[in-house]
Design a binder for this molecule. Structure first.
Ligand code: PLP
Length: 455
């Protein structure tokens, strides 16, 4: 693209396009970066800069950019049957085959798929279905869902309400009623003198306290991301999730594991429930399901919930025009085939993943880094003013943005949430690219430290 093309697009963008999660006035002044091409772990912007994408788009491009197989499958399905719905006692081949494949891949008896277009819609679906589940079993009062402060479950009304982002709640009068939040497990800021494993139990028991406070007969479900992504990749201690599961079973509270980021290999297992050793009753998935090539999400229900919904639930008064869209389903199936045939999840667990973890953990020696955390191929660096103290910068987020911008200058895309530098590369990243990623990250940390007068 010429400079003029870019300027023209930026002007049109500023005039006509509202960007999600952006200060749109500031962005309009600055001008958007326009991306033009992707191949493997790299994207190119309109100026021709080649950027290593350490964030896989938005946690989603698990198989990497530029996979021709996915385009070919989409084109074939569009030509054969571009669309049909699953409403009128109908469906299509790819839709059914994907449901069956997901039943096979997901752990335990999560054997029933309801299709959506996104993770947010999956969580909207869940909120209605868990309340319906209890209502048709003569427990209409069992309708409160417990989430976590700073959790992220999408941006629709139910998704943002289940999530615990204050800034999102402030826009549009959220959360909607009968959704409450407990504190998240974040040992770095909150663990005090406890060991991570001790702290994991303490953090999980906040759920028990909340259930007892509300009354178990009022609590329909608990929802959590196995690893909290958007807030800064909070990886809970291994004691946390099994204890959450124990508590949910004890009080007959449905356990919803939001695997939208973790699913499809991110932790080195197909799903993070397998990584942490717990079994969900309901599991929303999206992102890695299609590696971001096309919008599709789903809710996986276990046998118990699906049976009640089917046999006692009456007609399901819920659905989307594009639920189980055949083109999206065909692409998701092909994406799963690639993950399986190329053993990408296994590589993340036993080959490239451990090397990435090693290189990422080495960055903990940097004077700016208070903690380096990683599970499989999702991680973060916590930037701090004083290495010896587990404390944040007074003005949170300034240094993170600085570091992100320095990384970009070096040709590396990292995301910053406050002062956590987030890592979530395509799962196909090679050893050489991991070296490039780690070296450029260290360079960006050095640039930042120099700017702050720390080096
Ligand atoms: C991204 C995300 C969502 C929302 O998915 P969308 O496809 O953006 O609607 C939900 N839950 C988690 C954990 C996510 O990271």
């Amino acid at each position: 693209m010429t400079e003029l093309d870019i300027k023209t697009l930026q002007a049109l963008d500023a005039a006509h396009h509202l960007h999600p999660f952006n200060d749109n006035a500031a962005l309009a002044k600055k001008g958007t970066r326009i991306l033009t091409r992707g191949e493997g772990c790299y994207v190119w912007d309109a100026l021709g800069n080649k950027l290593l994408d350490a964030f896989a788009g938005l946690w989603c491009v698990n198989v990497g950019y530029g996979r021709k197989e996915l385009g070919a499958v989409a084109a074939k399905q569009m030509t054969e049957l571009a669309y049909y719905n699953s409403f009128f006692q109908c469906t299509t081949g790819p839709t059914v085959r994907l449901a069956a494949k997901l039943a096979e891949l997901t752990p335990g008896d999560l054997n029933h798929a309801f299709f959506t277009n996104s993770g947010s819609e999956a969580n909207d679906t869940i909120l209605r279905m868990v309340r319906h589940f209890w209502a048709v079993q003569d427990q209409p009062q069992k309708k409160i869902v417990i989430g976590r402060h700073n959790g992220y479950h999408g941006s629709t009304v139910a998704g943002a309400s289940l999530g615990g982002m204050k800034g999102m709640h402030a826009q549009g009068g959220l959360p909607i009623p009968d959704i409450v939040h407990i504190d998240p497990p974040f040992w770095f800021a909150d663990g005090g003198d406890l060991s991570p494993e001790e702290y994991g139990l303490v953090a999980a028991r906040r759920l028990e306290a909340k259930i007892l406070e509300l009354g178990p007969d009022k609590v329909a479900a608990f929802i959590g991301e196995p690893i909290m992504g958007a807030i800064g990749v909070y990886i809970p201690p291994h004691s946390y999730w099994p204890e959450i599961e124990r508590i949910c079973r004890k009080y007959d509270v449905l356990l919803i594991a939001d695997e939208v980021i973790c699913g499809f290999g991110r932790t080195g297992e197909w799903f993070a429930g397998q990584y942490f050793g717990f079994q969900a009753d309901i599991m929303p998935i999206a992102k890695g399901l299609s590696s971001g090539y096309i919008p599709i999400g789903a809710v996986m229900f276990n046998d118990r919930v699906a049976k009640v919904l089917a046999e006692q639930g009456g007609e399901l008064a819920h659905g989307y025009t594009y639920s189980g869209h055949p083109v999206c389903a065909a692409v998701a199936l092909e994406n799963i085939r690639i993950l399986e045939d190329e053993k990408i999840v296994e590589r993340c667990k036993t080959d490239t993943g451990p090397y990435l973890a090693k290189r990422w953990q080495e960055l903990a020696d940097h004077p700016l880094v208070g903690e380096s955390r990683i599970a499989g191929m999702v991680g973060a660096l916590e930037l701090v003013p004083k290495k010896s103290e587990r404390k944040f910068f007074d003005e949170r987020g300034k240094v993170g943005v600085m570091c992100r911008d320095f990384a970009l200058k070096r040709g590396l895309i990292l995301r910053a949430t406050y002062d956590s530098m987030l890592l979530s590369p395509p799962l196909i990243i090679s050893f050489d690219q991991i070296d490039e990623l780690a070296d450029k990250t260290r360079g960006a940390l050095d640039d930042t430290a120099k700017e702050l007068g720390m080096l």
